[in-house]
Design a protein around this ligand. Structure first.
Ligand SMILES: [Zn+2]
Length: 296
């Protein structure tokens, strides 16, 4: 047996690879994997979102509502129309909006578990939108421009049929699965944090053009069944055109700018009315005389 105190070979502490390059390569691979997982979750989420039962939507919005209230933040789902604390002195505007909602919901024949929870926002924003759990928001800035009740019915029917056709769930489904995915990676605290960003993202729900067209079609049928004609429904889109022409485009929420072009929509509903033999003329129903006062 021969022992020797051999020197270590030269160069074992230096590598012919650059450690910086190695680090960059690994980080890049990790990033690519994360992005791929994100895209997958987002894509499968929008597919699954539409398949989610409506009760699951309700569960999510109730949970967001509870978390936000516990955190003493303003919940987007608080204070719906017609559910004030003092039912004896119900606001006349809320009463009117609720009675219109009842008519429109009946005309749309929304399937059983689906409920519409309407919120009126006293903000001068030209907007209206539908989101998860049947929550629909109408803003003063849009309502004050409505020329008649027929246009209001068309607006409501459009938003409510987004809910009936489960568009918010498909659209937000991606965000929900992304949140669930990030909670797996980053822990439950990240999930709770994501809830707040989801709550704010609910307001910026974007629907595809085909969803908008489907909502317009269902809405026009509802307007016809309420009034016996579709006169006045297109006033809603004329209004959008007017607002755009007045160069108030930056005043419009992105929600409206993703809608199909107003002229196309008007043409399409005219064709739909003709194809179904619906009357394009008929008495216009005015809004209540005090409607503008109620808004202010
Ligand atoms: Zn829409």
């Amino acid at each position: 047996m021969h022992y020797e105190n051999r020197n270590p070979p030269e160069g074992i502490n230096t590598s012919d690879h650059s450690p910086v390059r190695e680090f960059l390569r690994l980080s890049l691979s990790a990033l690519v994997v994360l992005i791929a997982v994100g895209i997958f979750l987002n894509f499968s989420g929008s597919l699954l979102g539409g398949l989610l039962p409506f009760k699951a939507e309700l569960w999510i919005t109730e949970r967001v509502d509870r978390i936000m209230q516990q955190a003493e933040q303003e919940s987007p789902f608080a204070d719906p129309v017609g559910q004030g604390s003092d039912s004896a002195s119900v606001d006349p505007l809320e009463q009117y909006l609720q009675s219109m909602t009842d008519k429109v919901v009946a005309a749309l024949e929304l399937p059983e578990p689906i409920v519409i929870t309407l919120h009126y926002r006293d903000d001068d924003v030209f907007n209206a939108y539908a989101t998860l759990g049947g929550h629909v928001y109408l803003f003063k800035g849009l309502l004050k421009h409505l020329p008649n009740e027929n246009a209001l019915a068309m607006l409501m029917a459009h938003e409510y049929s987004h809910v009936g056709q489960r568009h918010p769930a498909s659209s937000i489904g991606g965000g929900i699965t992304m949140a669930a995915g990030s909670s797996l990676l980053l822990g439950a605290a990240a999930f709770e944090n994501r809830f707040f960003s989801i709550a704010s993202a609910l307001a910026s729900t974007r629907f595809s053009r085909s969803m908008e067209t489907d909502a317009d079609e269902a809405a026009l049928a509802a307007v016809n069944s309420i009034y016996g004609h579709v006169n006045g429904a297109d006033d809603l889109f004329e209004l959008f055109t007017g607002i755009r022409d007045d160069n108030q485009l930056d005043f419009l929420d992105s929600f409206f700018s993703t809608h199909p072009l107003d002229d196309n929509r008007i043409q399409r509903i005219e064709e739909q009315a003709a194809a179904n033999g619906w009357l394009a003329t008929g008495a216009i129903t005015p809004l209540p005389a005090q409607f503008l006062q109620w808004l202010n």
